[in-house]
Design a protein around this ligand. Structure first.
Ligand code: GTP
Ligand code: MG
Length: 456
């Protein structure tokens, strides 16, 4: 597979100043030679150029100039994929980029699959699997914190910890296997005690990593926060305030919002997807009822609820019913319109933070953001924390590793045969190895890299 040369447009499709077409593989320079004509006297073709140099010239096809470009030559192994890489920077029109791509494809390259450049970087040992995933996280990061966490993982902070854990387990496994080979020798009691301790230490370490999963999820995928309340409470006004721009239509007519609107905002570094919903009520026309049905769907998927109340209106049985209905979720009561004479008396024992805001002026919004952050992520977000934040794939592998390690401990304590001990421990070692890609399957690689964008 790695004997061919792949190509893709690495920049987003659309109009822009520049676009980049990327080539990687043993034939990258030959393809470049056939596609590119350097400008100026004494200029060299890409295949004779020094590594890490930039060349001005034209991409041509069938005697016709396709575009004026800058071409970067990067020879293996000091490249992203550890193969010969050529990057062609052309004009940013959709057509220009596509024609340059067509030209290199005609001259011997093959269209890359999503994530194939990074997959090659992994297969050639330039990145491990956790680092490769960090590349995708980096591209998708929506807040500075998400970006910082992705950078730490790309730098190998998680991988280092996983490799240390795996090394320890491999050592223990070697020890156990050595005793299988010499069955006449029993494991000395103090040696056994040492092995038990090492395994327990491993379980403890896995537990610590597993505890980072919820935060890892938040930084990667964000938290869905539904804005609910009676019609006209100011839900859309609140959405606009939180986003910092006028996204949703606001009007004094109850039932303005028909469709659910979802948009991500950066709240204290956390990506929060706010979902504005149609005001909950039983009446209304058919359109509004459909809106309310969608609201209910959005509510089911939400992890956090902002319950908006109009401070100028009394608490009604409808409010009470919705309050009871979503008791299982994390919630904030947002008392809006505090600029008006207050007629709202909240019932006692709501057991949620209550924040006063005015969506006309933005008053109280900072306090609301603090409350959201506190509910989603208790405590300070330390740099140490950002270094290791496992994703759901790591979580799954670690859970399996933990279970097998606990089984190993039980087997060793229960004086089961060393074959059984070794078998369980091998399962654990392999599961830990999956995280960094020491143990992989083609399916696993496909499922990871297919989530990448084209050209990465
Ligand atoms: N005085 C005052 N009016 C507000 C405030 N926030 C919103 N409003 C007004 O309340 C009305 C309803 O606001 P929306 O944001 O459309 O309310 P909504 O909850 O989205 O309403 P529906 O989409 O119909 O369910 C508009 O006229 C807003 O200008 C506030 O803090 N103070
Ligand atoms: Mg609305």
């Amino acid at each position: 597979m790695l004997s061919d040369t792949i190509a893709a447009i690495a920049t987003p499709l659309g109009q822009g100043g520049l676009a980049v077409i990327r080539l990687s593989g043993p034939g990258a320079l030959a393809v470049a030679d056939r596609s590119f004509r350097p400008a100026g006297k004494g200029s060299t073709p890409p295949s004779r150029a020094t590594t890490h140099t930039l060349h001005f010239g034209h991409i041509h096809q069938g005697g016709q100039v396709v575009d004026q470009v800058l071409l970067a030559v990067m020879r293996a192994p000091r490249t992203y994929t550890r193969e010969d890489v050529v990057e062609i920077t052309c004009h940013g029109g959709v057509l220009a980029a596509k024609l340059v791509l067509d030209t290199v494809l005609e001259n011997g390259a093959r269209l890359a699959e999503p994530g194939e450049f990074t997959k090659r970087a992994f297969l050639n040992g330039r990145l491990d699997l956790a680092q490769a995933e960090a590349v995708a996280d980096l591209i998708h990061a929506q807040t500075e914190l998400s970006l910082a966490a992705a950078n730490e993982q790309l730098a190998g902070k998680l991988s280092q910890r996983i490799n240390r854990l795996r090394d320890e387990m491999v050592k223990t496994l070697a020890h156990v296997e050595a005793h299988i080979d010499f069955p006449e020798e029993d494991i000395a009691p103090d040696t056994k005690e040492q092995l038990l301790q090492r395994l327990e230490h491993g379980v403890h370490f896995m537990d610590e990593l597993l505890r980072t999963a919820p935060e890892g999820q938040i930084l990667r995928r964000g938290i869905r926060a539904a804005i609910i309340g009676r019609p006209n409470a100011g839900k859309s006004s609140l959405l606009n305030q939180l986003l910092g721009h006028d996204r949703a239509i606001v009007s004094p007519i109850p039932g303005t919002t028909r469709d659910t609107i979802a948009e991500t905002a950066n709240i204290r570094g956390l990506p929060i997807v706010f979902v504005d919903t149609a005001g909950l009520r039983e009446a209304g026309d058919e359109l509004e009822l459909e809106g309310i049905r969608r609201s209910r769907q959005a509510l089911a998927a939400a992890e956090l609820i902002l319950h908006v109340l109009d401070a100028a209106e009394p608490w009604t049985t409808t409010d009470a019913r919705y309050w009871a209905e979503f008791a299982a979720k994390k919630r904030v009561v947002v008392r809006n319109k505090v600029d008006l004479p207050v007629r709202l008396a909240l019932p006692r024992g709501l057991e949620a933070p209550v924040i006063d805001v005015c969506c006309l002026t933005g008053q109280g919004l900072e306090a609301l953001k603090d409350a959201i952050k506190e509910l989603v992520w208790a405590g300070a977000i330390g740099t140490e924390m950002l270094q290791v934040m496992i994703n759901s794939r790591h979580q799954d592998a670690l859970r399996r590793a933990r279970e097998a390690t606990v089984n190993t401990l039980d087997a060793l304590r229960g004086d089961r045969t060393l074959e059984v001990v070794a078998m369980e421990l091998r399962i654990a070692v392999n599961a830990v190895g999956e995280i960094v890609g020491q143990t992989t399957t083609e399916d696993l690689l496909d499922s990871i890299f297919s989530q990448f964008c084209l050209g990465k």
